[in-house]
Design a binder for this molecule. Structure first.
Ligand code: UDP
Length: 411
Protein backbone atom coordinates (compact mmCIF):
# COMPACT_ATOMS: atom_id res chain seq x y z
CA UNK A 1 0.00 0.00 0.00
CA UNK A 2 1.12 3.54 -0.64
CA UNK A 3 1.43 5.61 2.51
CA UNK A 4 -1.67 7.63 3.34
CA UNK A 5 -1.34 11.17 4.62
CA UNK A 6 -3.63 12.15 7.48
CA UNK A 7 -5.24 15.58 7.17
CA UNK A 8 -7.29 17.71 9.51
CA UNK A 9 -10.97 18.38 9.01
CA UNK A 10 -11.88 21.63 7.28
CA UNK A 11 -15.25 23.13 6.45
CA UNK A 12 -16.20 25.05 3.35
CA UNK A 13 -18.66 27.12 5.35
CA UNK A 14 -15.77 28.72 7.24
CA UNK A 15 -14.68 30.40 4.02
CA UNK A 16 -17.98 32.24 3.52
CA UNK A 17 -16.92 35.49 5.21
CA UNK A 18 -13.85 35.70 2.97
CA UNK A 19 -15.09 34.58 -0.45
CA UNK A 20 -18.84 35.20 -0.21
CA UNK A 21 -21.93 33.05 -0.69
CA UNK A 22 -21.92 32.88 -4.46
CA UNK A 23 -18.59 31.08 -4.59
CA UNK A 24 -19.79 28.54 -2.03
CA UNK A 25 -23.04 27.91 -3.85
CA UNK A 26 -21.26 27.26 -7.11
CA UNK A 27 -19.00 24.73 -5.38
CA UNK A 28 -21.98 22.96 -3.81
CA UNK A 29 -23.71 22.84 -7.18
CA UNK A 30 -20.65 21.29 -8.86
CA UNK A 31 -20.21 18.81 -5.99
CA UNK A 32 -23.79 17.57 -6.14
CA UNK A 33 -23.16 15.20 -9.06
CA UNK A 34 -19.96 13.90 -7.49
CA UNK A 35 -21.24 12.63 -4.14
CA UNK A 36 -19.02 9.84 -2.81
CA UNK A 37 -16.78 9.95 -5.87
CA UNK A 38 -13.57 8.18 -4.86
CA UNK A 39 -10.61 10.48 -5.36
CA UNK A 40 -6.96 9.91 -4.64
CA UNK A 41 -4.24 12.51 -4.98
CA UNK A 42 -0.74 11.06 -5.24
CA UNK A 43 2.49 13.03 -4.88
CA UNK A 44 6.02 12.66 -3.58
CA UNK A 45 6.03 14.39 -0.22
CA UNK A 46 3.68 15.21 2.63
CA UNK A 47 5.77 18.16 3.73
CA UNK A 48 7.67 21.07 2.18
CA UNK A 49 6.92 22.78 -1.06
CA UNK A 50 3.76 24.00 -2.68
CA UNK A 51 2.05 20.73 -3.59
CA UNK A 52 1.89 19.44 -0.03
CA UNK A 53 0.69 22.86 1.04
CA UNK A 54 -2.26 22.72 -1.37
CA UNK A 55 -3.25 19.12 -0.71
CA UNK A 56 -3.36 19.75 3.02
CA UNK A 57 -6.45 21.90 2.46
CA UNK A 58 -7.85 20.62 -0.81
CA UNK A 59 -8.38 17.07 0.48
CA UNK A 60 -10.37 18.09 3.59
CA UNK A 61 -12.52 20.48 1.55
CA UNK A 62 -13.23 17.82 -1.07
CA UNK A 63 -14.36 15.58 1.78
CA UNK A 64 -16.49 18.33 3.25
CA UNK A 65 -18.45 18.71 0.01
CA UNK A 66 -19.15 14.99 -0.11
CA UNK A 67 -16.31 13.44 -2.10
CA UNK A 68 -14.43 10.46 -0.75
CA UNK A 69 -10.98 12.03 -1.16
CA UNK A 70 -7.64 10.89 0.13
CA UNK A 71 -3.96 11.65 -0.22
CA UNK A 72 -1.19 9.12 -0.70
CA UNK A 73 2.54 9.54 -1.17
CA UNK A 74 4.96 7.41 -3.11
CA UNK A 75 7.99 5.68 -1.66
CA UNK A 76 11.41 6.99 -2.55
CA UNK A 77 14.99 7.15 -1.40
CA UNK A 78 17.90 9.49 -2.00
CA UNK A 79 18.83 7.81 -5.30
CA UNK A 80 15.27 8.31 -6.58
CA UNK A 81 14.88 11.84 -5.26
CA UNK A 82 18.25 12.83 -6.73
CA UNK A 83 16.88 11.79 -10.11
CA UNK A 84 13.54 13.51 -9.60
CA UNK A 85 15.23 16.68 -8.40
CA UNK A 86 17.40 16.64 -11.54
CA UNK A 87 14.21 16.04 -13.52
CA UNK A 88 12.54 18.99 -11.84
CA UNK A 89 15.52 21.11 -12.88
CA UNK A 90 15.76 19.59 -16.36
CA UNK A 91 12.06 20.01 -17.05
CA UNK A 92 12.39 23.64 -16.02
CA UNK A 93 15.17 24.02 -18.59
CA UNK A 94 18.47 23.38 -16.82
CA UNK A 95 21.30 22.04 -18.98
CA UNK A 96 22.06 18.83 -17.11
CA UNK A 97 22.51 15.30 -18.39
CA UNK A 98 19.90 12.58 -18.13
CA UNK A 99 21.72 9.27 -18.10
CA UNK A 100 20.41 5.78 -18.79
CA UNK A 101 21.10 4.95 -15.15
CA UNK A 102 18.92 7.85 -14.00
CA UNK A 103 16.11 6.74 -16.29
CA UNK A 104 16.38 3.21 -14.93
CA UNK A 105 16.16 4.42 -11.33
CA UNK A 106 13.08 6.52 -12.10
CA UNK A 107 11.41 3.62 -13.90
CA UNK A 108 12.23 1.18 -11.12
CA UNK A 109 10.66 3.37 -8.43
CA UNK A 110 7.60 4.12 -10.52
CA UNK A 111 7.10 0.44 -11.22
CA UNK A 112 7.51 -0.34 -7.51
CA UNK A 113 5.05 2.38 -6.46
CA UNK A 114 2.56 1.32 -9.13
CA UNK A 115 2.46 -2.09 -7.44
CA UNK A 116 1.77 -0.42 -4.11
CA UNK A 117 -1.21 1.49 -5.44
CA UNK A 118 -4.29 -0.34 -4.22
CA UNK A 119 -8.02 0.27 -4.34
CA UNK A 120 -10.63 1.46 -6.80
CA UNK A 121 -10.97 5.11 -7.61
CA UNK A 122 -13.07 7.29 -9.84
CA UNK A 123 -10.35 9.89 -10.21
CA UNK A 124 -6.64 9.40 -9.66
CA UNK A 125 -4.69 12.65 -9.69
CA UNK A 126 -0.95 12.21 -10.02
CA UNK A 127 1.04 15.29 -9.13
CA UNK A 128 4.28 16.31 -10.85
CA UNK A 129 6.99 14.30 -12.60
CA UNK A 130 8.13 12.15 -9.65
CA UNK A 131 5.20 9.66 -9.84
CA UNK A 132 4.19 10.42 -13.45
CA UNK A 133 4.93 6.83 -14.50
CA UNK A 134 2.28 5.36 -12.22
CA UNK A 135 -0.33 5.07 -14.96
CA UNK A 136 2.11 3.40 -17.36
CA UNK A 137 3.15 0.78 -14.80
CA UNK A 138 -0.16 0.32 -13.04
CA UNK A 139 -2.42 0.26 -16.07
CA UNK A 140 -5.86 1.82 -16.07
CA UNK A 141 -7.44 -0.72 -13.77
CA UNK A 142 -8.21 0.73 -10.37
CA UNK A 143 -8.83 4.19 -11.74
CA UNK A 144 -11.71 5.23 -13.98
CA UNK A 145 -10.11 8.56 -14.80
CA UNK A 146 -6.43 9.44 -14.61
CA UNK A 147 -5.29 13.05 -14.35
CA UNK A 148 -1.74 14.38 -14.35
CA UNK A 149 -1.23 17.65 -12.51
CA UNK A 150 1.92 19.59 -13.37
CA UNK A 151 3.04 22.24 -10.88
CA UNK A 152 6.31 23.25 -12.47
CA UNK A 153 7.31 25.65 -15.22
CA UNK A 154 7.73 23.43 -18.28
CA UNK A 155 7.62 26.27 -20.80
CA UNK A 156 11.32 25.90 -21.76
CA UNK A 157 12.23 22.33 -20.84
CA UNK A 158 15.53 20.66 -21.55
CA UNK A 159 14.43 18.44 -24.50
CA UNK A 160 16.23 15.35 -23.13
CA UNK A 161 14.03 15.46 -20.06
CA UNK A 162 10.83 16.45 -21.78
CA UNK A 163 11.21 13.70 -24.41
CA UNK A 164 11.77 11.14 -21.69
CA UNK A 165 8.72 12.17 -19.65
CA UNK A 166 6.30 13.02 -22.48
CA UNK A 167 5.26 9.44 -23.38
CA UNK A 168 4.46 8.71 -19.72
CA UNK A 169 2.39 11.90 -19.46
CA UNK A 170 0.66 11.73 -22.82
CA UNK A 171 -1.38 8.66 -21.85
CA UNK A 172 -3.34 10.49 -19.13
CA UNK A 173 -6.91 11.32 -20.01
CA UNK A 174 -6.57 14.78 -18.52
CA UNK A 175 -3.82 17.14 -17.55
CA UNK A 176 -3.81 20.21 -15.39
CA UNK A 177 -1.19 22.90 -15.93
CA UNK A 178 -0.74 26.25 -14.23
CA UNK A 179 -0.38 28.13 -17.49
CA UNK A 180 -1.18 27.37 -21.13
CA UNK A 181 2.44 27.79 -22.23
CA UNK A 182 3.59 25.01 -19.88
CA UNK A 183 2.01 22.34 -22.07
CA UNK A 184 5.05 21.03 -23.92
CA UNK A 185 5.30 19.42 -27.36
CA UNK A 186 4.14 15.89 -28.14
CA UNK A 187 1.44 15.60 -25.52
CA UNK A 188 -2.27 15.81 -26.08
CA UNK A 189 -5.08 15.25 -23.66
CA UNK A 190 -8.78 14.69 -23.97
CA UNK A 191 -9.23 17.23 -21.20
CA UNK A 192 -6.83 20.04 -20.48
CA UNK A 193 -7.41 22.38 -17.58
CA UNK A 194 -5.42 25.51 -16.85
CA UNK A 195 -5.54 25.97 -13.11
CA UNK A 196 -3.21 28.30 -11.21
CA UNK A 197 -2.58 27.18 -7.64
CA UNK A 198 -4.05 28.83 -4.58
CA UNK A 199 -3.56 29.34 -0.85
CA UNK A 200 -5.73 28.55 2.14
CA UNK A 201 -6.67 31.86 3.77
CA UNK A 202 -7.46 30.05 7.03
CA UNK A 203 -4.23 28.10 7.49
CA UNK A 204 -2.01 29.14 10.41
CA UNK A 205 0.29 30.71 7.83
CA UNK A 206 -2.36 32.78 6.10
CA UNK A 207 -5.00 33.58 8.72
CA UNK A 208 -4.50 37.16 9.86
CA UNK A 209 -1.75 37.51 12.44
CA UNK A 210 -1.80 40.79 14.42
CA UNK A 211 1.30 42.80 13.49
CA UNK A 212 2.57 42.97 17.08
CA UNK A 213 2.27 39.22 17.49
CA UNK A 214 4.12 38.64 14.23
CA UNK A 215 6.81 41.10 15.25
CA UNK A 216 7.33 39.35 18.55
CA UNK A 217 7.80 36.00 16.83
CA UNK A 218 10.21 37.41 14.26
CA UNK A 219 12.20 39.25 16.98
CA UNK A 220 12.61 35.88 18.66
CA UNK A 221 14.82 34.85 15.75
CA UNK A 222 17.26 37.67 16.53
CA UNK A 223 15.85 40.23 14.12
CA UNK A 224 15.65 43.87 15.18
CA UNK A 225 12.32 45.21 13.99
CA UNK A 226 13.26 48.77 14.80
CA UNK A 227 15.21 48.38 11.54
CA UNK A 228 13.86 47.49 8.06
CA UNK A 229 13.49 43.83 7.12
CA UNK A 230 13.49 42.23 3.67
CA UNK A 231 12.35 38.60 3.45
CA UNK A 232 12.37 35.83 0.90
CA UNK A 233 10.68 32.55 1.87
CA UNK A 234 11.71 29.60 -0.34
CA UNK A 235 13.30 26.23 -0.51
CA UNK A 236 17.08 26.49 -0.96
CA UNK A 237 17.09 25.93 -4.67
CA UNK A 238 19.01 27.56 -7.53
CA UNK A 239 15.80 28.67 -9.31
CA UNK A 240 14.75 30.64 -6.23
CA UNK A 241 18.01 32.60 -6.54
CA UNK A 242 18.78 33.26 -2.86
CA UNK A 243 22.29 34.37 -3.93
CA UNK A 244 20.75 37.02 -6.15
CA UNK A 245 18.62 38.15 -3.22
CA UNK A 246 21.77 38.52 -1.10
CA UNK A 247 23.41 40.56 -3.86
CA UNK A 248 20.34 42.80 -4.16
CA UNK A 249 20.26 43.22 -0.37
CA UNK A 250 23.92 44.32 -0.47
CA UNK A 251 23.07 47.02 -3.00
CA UNK A 252 20.23 48.19 -0.75
CA UNK A 253 22.52 48.11 2.29
CA UNK A 254 24.92 50.47 0.57
CA UNK A 255 22.08 53.05 0.71
CA UNK A 256 20.28 52.04 3.92
CA UNK A 257 22.89 50.54 6.20
CA UNK A 258 20.48 49.30 8.87
CA UNK A 259 18.52 47.00 6.52
CA UNK A 260 18.30 43.28 7.40
CA UNK A 261 17.60 40.22 5.26
CA UNK A 262 15.80 37.02 6.23
CA UNK A 263 16.06 33.98 3.95
CA UNK A 264 13.54 31.49 5.26
CA UNK A 265 13.40 28.04 3.70
CA UNK A 266 12.04 24.64 4.49
CA UNK A 267 14.02 21.50 3.81
CA UNK A 268 11.61 19.28 1.89
CA UNK A 269 12.04 15.53 2.19
CA UNK A 270 12.14 15.08 -1.59
CA UNK A 271 14.85 17.71 -2.11
CA UNK A 272 18.30 16.29 -1.29
CA UNK A 273 19.93 19.19 -3.14
CA UNK A 274 18.52 21.56 -0.52
CA UNK A 275 21.26 21.02 2.06
CA UNK A 276 24.02 21.55 -0.45
CA UNK A 277 22.41 24.73 -1.69
CA UNK A 278 21.79 25.95 1.86
CA UNK A 279 25.54 25.66 2.56
CA UNK A 280 26.32 27.51 -0.61
CA UNK A 281 23.90 30.30 0.30
CA UNK A 282 25.41 30.56 3.81
CA UNK A 283 28.88 30.89 2.33
CA UNK A 284 27.63 33.63 0.03
CA UNK A 285 26.18 35.46 3.04
CA UNK A 286 29.56 35.31 4.79
CA UNK A 287 29.93 36.96 8.18
CA UNK A 288 27.14 39.50 7.78
CA UNK A 289 25.10 39.35 11.00
CA UNK A 290 22.22 41.16 9.34
CA UNK A 291 21.57 38.21 7.03
CA UNK A 292 19.44 35.62 8.81
CA UNK A 293 19.21 32.21 7.17
CA UNK A 294 16.52 30.14 8.83
CA UNK A 295 14.66 26.92 8.12
CA UNK A 296 12.26 24.46 9.66
CA UNK A 297 15.00 22.96 11.83
CA UNK A 298 15.23 26.33 13.56
CA UNK A 299 11.55 26.00 14.38
CA UNK A 300 10.26 28.01 11.44
CA UNK A 301 7.00 26.28 10.58
CA UNK A 302 3.95 27.53 8.69
CA UNK A 303 2.84 29.97 11.37
CA UNK A 304 6.33 31.47 11.69
CA UNK A 305 6.50 31.87 7.89
CA UNK A 306 3.24 33.83 8.15
CA UNK A 307 4.81 35.98 10.87
CA UNK A 308 7.81 36.76 8.68
CA UNK A 309 5.57 37.68 5.76
CA UNK A 310 3.45 39.88 8.03
CA UNK A 311 6.30 41.62 9.83
CA UNK A 312 8.56 42.27 6.83
CA UNK A 313 8.83 45.65 5.18
CA UNK A 314 9.49 44.13 1.79
CA UNK A 315 8.78 40.62 0.50
CA UNK A 316 10.93 39.38 -2.38
CA UNK A 317 10.61 36.32 -4.60
CA UNK A 318 13.48 36.67 -7.01
CA UNK A 319 12.98 33.36 -8.81
CA UNK A 320 14.47 32.74 -12.23
CA UNK A 321 11.96 29.92 -12.92
CA UNK A 322 8.76 29.47 -10.96
CA UNK A 323 5.80 27.21 -11.68
CA UNK A 324 3.55 29.55 -9.76
CA UNK A 325 5.11 30.67 -6.49
CA UNK A 326 2.75 30.18 -3.57
CA UNK A 327 5.07 32.29 -1.46
CA UNK A 328 4.22 35.19 -3.75
CA UNK A 329 0.51 34.61 -3.15
CA UNK A 330 1.14 34.40 0.59
CA UNK A 331 3.09 37.64 0.62
CA UNK A 332 0.43 39.49 -1.41
CA UNK A 333 -2.27 38.07 0.87
CA UNK A 334 -0.46 39.65 3.84
CA UNK A 335 -0.93 43.00 2.13
CA UNK A 336 2.67 43.29 0.94
CA UNK A 337 3.57 44.36 -2.56
CA UNK A 338 5.91 41.59 -3.71
CA UNK A 339 9.06 42.12 -5.75
CA UNK A 340 9.09 39.06 -7.94
CA UNK A 341 11.16 37.62 -10.77
CA UNK A 342 9.44 38.16 -14.10
CA UNK A 343 9.06 34.44 -14.77
CA UNK A 344 6.56 31.59 -14.79
CA UNK A 345 3.45 32.14 -12.71
CA UNK A 346 4.72 35.21 -10.90
CA UNK A 347 3.32 37.74 -13.45
CA UNK A 348 -0.16 36.25 -12.93
CA UNK A 349 0.12 37.50 -9.38
CA UNK A 350 2.44 40.46 -9.43
CA UNK A 351 0.88 43.11 -11.62
CA UNK A 352 3.83 45.39 -12.20
CA UNK A 353 3.45 48.68 -10.38
CA UNK A 354 0.10 47.64 -8.89
CA UNK A 355 0.46 44.61 -6.66
CA UNK A 356 4.26 44.69 -6.64
CA UNK A 357 7.13 44.91 -9.08
CA UNK A 358 8.43 42.46 -11.65
CA UNK A 359 12.21 42.40 -11.95
CA UNK A 360 14.72 40.76 -14.26
CA UNK A 361 17.99 41.73 -12.62
CA UNK A 362 19.65 42.07 -9.23
CA UNK A 363 19.92 45.82 -9.79
CA UNK A 364 16.18 46.16 -10.52
CA UNK A 365 15.38 44.07 -7.48
CA UNK A 366 17.52 46.36 -5.30
CA UNK A 367 16.05 49.48 -6.87
CA UNK A 368 12.44 48.40 -6.25
CA UNK A 369 13.27 47.28 -2.72
CA UNK A 370 14.74 50.70 -1.98
CA UNK A 371 11.72 52.35 -3.55
CA UNK A 372 9.27 50.45 -1.33
CA UNK A 373 11.36 51.08 1.79
CA UNK A 374 11.41 54.78 1.00
CA UNK A 375 7.70 55.05 0.09
CA UNK A 376 5.82 53.25 2.89
CA UNK A 377 2.49 54.92 2.11
CA UNK A 378 2.57 53.81 -1.49
CA UNK A 379 3.69 50.39 -0.38
CA UNK A 380 0.65 50.14 1.89
CA UNK A 381 -1.77 51.14 -0.89
CA UNK A 382 -0.21 48.64 -3.29
CA UNK A 383 -0.47 46.05 -0.55
CA UNK A 384 -4.22 46.56 -0.29
CA UNK A 385 -4.57 45.91 -4.02
CA UNK A 386 -2.35 42.87 -3.64
CA UNK A 387 -4.57 41.37 -0.96
CA UNK A 388 -7.69 41.91 -3.06
CA UNK A 389 -6.08 40.39 -6.16
CA UNK A 390 -5.44 37.21 -4.18
CA UNK A 391 -8.91 37.21 -2.62
CA UNK A 392 -10.51 37.28 -6.05
CA UNK A 393 -8.23 34.85 -7.86
CA UNK A 394 -5.97 32.71 -5.75
CA UNK A 395 -7.84 31.26 -2.79
CA UNK A 396 -8.34 27.52 -2.29
CA UNK A 397 -12.08 27.73 -2.94
CA UNK A 398 -11.34 28.61 -6.56
CA UNK A 399 -9.02 25.63 -6.80
CA UNK A 400 -11.67 23.33 -5.40
CA UNK A 401 -14.19 24.67 -7.88
CA UNK A 402 -11.78 24.11 -10.80
CA UNK A 403 -11.20 20.48 -9.81
CA UNK A 404 -14.92 19.82 -9.41
CA UNK A 405 -15.51 21.40 -12.78
CA UNK A 406 -12.90 19.14 -14.39
CA UNK A 407 -14.30 16.01 -12.68
CA UNK A 408 -17.77 16.86 -13.96
CA UNK A 409 -16.50 17.36 -17.50
CA UNK A 410 -14.75 13.96 -17.40
CA UNK A 411 -17.75 12.03 -16.07
N1 UDP B 1 7.35 27.06 2.91
C1 UDP B 1 7.27 26.88 4.27
N2 UDP B 1 8.39 27.06 5.02
C2 UDP B 1 9.54 27.47 4.49
C3 UDP B 1 9.61 27.66 3.07
C4 UDP B 1 8.49 27.44 2.32
O1 UDP B 1 6.22 26.55 4.82
O2 UDP B 1 10.50 27.63 5.22
C5 UDP B 1 6.12 26.91 2.12
C6 UDP B 1 5.74 28.23 1.53
O3 UDP B 1 5.11 29.05 2.51
C7 UDP B 1 4.85 27.82 0.38
C8 UDP B 1 5.49 26.52 -0.08
O4 UDP B 1 6.29 26.06 1.02
O5 UDP B 1 3.54 27.57 0.82
C9 UDP B 1 6.37 26.75 -1.29
O6 UDP B 1 5.59 26.82 -2.45
P1 UDP B 1 6.06 27.57 -3.76
O7 UDP B 1 5.02 27.38 -4.79
O8 UDP B 1 6.41 28.98 -3.44
O9 UDP B 1 7.41 26.87 -4.18
P2 UDP B 1 7.87 25.35 -4.37
O10 UDP B 1 8.65 25.05 -3.13
O11 UDP B 1 6.66 24.50 -4.54
O12 UDP B 1 8.76 25.40 -5.57
Amino acid sequence: MLQRVAVEEKYLEDYRPIVGGEVLEEIQRLARGLKDARIVHINATAFGGGVAEILMTLIPLMRDVGLDAEWQIIEGSDEFFNVTKASHNGLQGMEIPLTEEMKAIWRRYNEHNAKLLEGEYDYIIVHDPQPAGLLHYHGRSGGKHWIWRCHIDTSHPNPDYWDFYAPYIDIYEAAVFTMEQYVGPGVEFEHLAIVPPTIDPLSPKNAPIPTEEAQEVVSGFGIDLARPLITQVSRFDPWKDPMGVIDAYRLVKAEISEVQLALVGSMASDDPEGWYFLDKTSRHAGEDDDIHILHNFHGVGGYEVGCFQTASDVVIQKSTREGFGLVVTEGLWKGKPVIGGNVGGIPLQVIDGKTGFLVDTIEACAEKTLYLLQHPDESRIMGEGAHEHVRKNFLITRHLRDYLDLFNKMK
